[in-house]
Design a protein around this ligand. Structure first.
Ligand code: KG4
Ligand code: ZN
Length: 345
């Protein structure tokens, strides 16, 4: 059987990534170009700067992925690209490039939902993870629980009513004067702090549903920061640790409840915040005690990357999905919808 090589392209936010995956499961290469230095002076992602930088670098990043895989572009059997959700300008750079490349090579191009990509990363690293399972998606833009069904659909079980958990990490980093990007900086500071030092709320923890809320927790941290001015180093590490504990406790509680309700014993934890060590430790512990298995991609496949897009795209291509080259990018689109696939071929 000849091998099936899919190029993945991801440009939905501040990471520009390209990767080659063989037969939907073997990672041949993964190139990720971050933009930390570009956005650091602003303390957050500036969309126009992100897309302009993607335009400048996309050829180089794709060439890097092909070279690292040791293949020529003529060997590719398909191209998969994130079509949404994300920053529209940034998404368009990847989508236009992917379509142009596929057209030139005469191979199919498929658009992939960014969150389907994140979940595909867990299935890629753990072949035993097959639907039905519960997916906990925790990133800078999303905090949600899904039931992944045997038919390949995703049923939303609960989501954040306000901020995403990654967004809360980023905002707390700013409040504490930590460097950008915020999530990893808070996690590093938290390792030196006491998670019980500051009593912080666990929003919605006692409510019945499966929704999340992070804006109240962020406000509670803001009030503590104000009260303790000027912040000592101890304040910073204790506040970081206490925030991290509150933010992750709620994720653990909600994931456990979703598994019980859905009568499932497999949990995929994906997205940038799934790289968080405390969350990984606490969910693994809860799994051992509660009889479920938590699967996490390695940290480099939790944050945005193109391996996950290539893996999800390879599955679509294997099912015969082909998207007309007129498809566009969508900044907001629920998981499970793929408006780009509906265009006439
Ligand atoms: O999935 P991702 O790379 O991009 C989005 O799709 O949003 O997630 C990025 C988010 C950011 O908010 C970042 O602060 C957070 O993931 N993050 C972390 C850690 N690493 C990244 N949050 C907590 N702990 C980490 N170690
Ligand atoms: Zn993401």
């Amino acid at each position: 059987m000849s091998s099936n090589l899919v190029l993945g392209v991801e440009s939905s936010c501040d990471e520009l990534a390209a990767a080659v995956v063989r037969d939907g499961k073997e990672v041949l290469s993964s190139a990720v170009q971050g933009q930390e230095n570009l956005h650091r002076p602003y303390g957050g992602v500036v969309p126009e700067l992100a897309s302009r930088d993607h335009v400048r670098r996309i050829s180089e990043v794709v060439l890097r992925a092909l070279a690292a895989a040791g293949i020529d572009e003529s060997e590719l059997s398909g191209v998969a690209v994130t079509a949404g959700p994300g920053l529209i300008g940034a998404l368009l750079v990847g989508v236009c490039f992917a379509k142009g490349l596929a057209y030139r090579l005469g191979i199919p191009c498929v658009g992939v939902h960014h969150l389907e990509g994140h979940l595909a990363a867990a299935e890629l690293v753990e072949p035993g993870l097959v639907p039905p399972y519960v997916g906990l998606v925790v990133s800078g833009g999303h905090t949600a629980l899904y039931r992944a069904t045997q038919g390949g659909a995703f049923v939303l079980l609960g989501e954040t009513r306000d901020d995403a958990v990654g967004e809360a990490f980023d905002k707390v980093a700013k409040l504490l004067g930590l460097s950008y990007p915020g999530g990893p900086a808070v996690a590093r500071a938290a390792e030196r702090g006491d998670p019980e030092a500051v009593a912080l709320p666990r929003p919605l923890a006692s409510s019945e549903g499966l929704d999340f809320s992070y804006s109240g927790l962020k406000t509670a941290v803001a009030l503590e920061v104000e009260r303790r001015q000027p912040l000592s180093e101890r304040d910073v590490t204790d506040l970081a640790a206490s925030f991290e504990a509150a933010a992750t406790d709620v994720l653990v509680l909600r994931a456990q409840r979703a598994l019980l309700r859905e009568r499932l014993v497999q949990l995929a934890v994906v997205g940038g915040v799934a790289a968080n060590r405390r969350l990984r430790r606490e969910l693994s512990r809860a799994g051992e005690a509660g009889g479920f298995r938590a699967v996490f991609p390695p940290p480099e496949l939790c944050t945005d990357n193109a391996v996950m897009i290539a893996a999800a795209g390879a599955r679509k291509l294997a099912r015969g999905e082909r998207h007309a080259l007129g498809f566009s990018a969508f900044s907001r689109v629920p998981l499970g919808d793929s408006p780009w696939a509906a265009e006439p071929g």
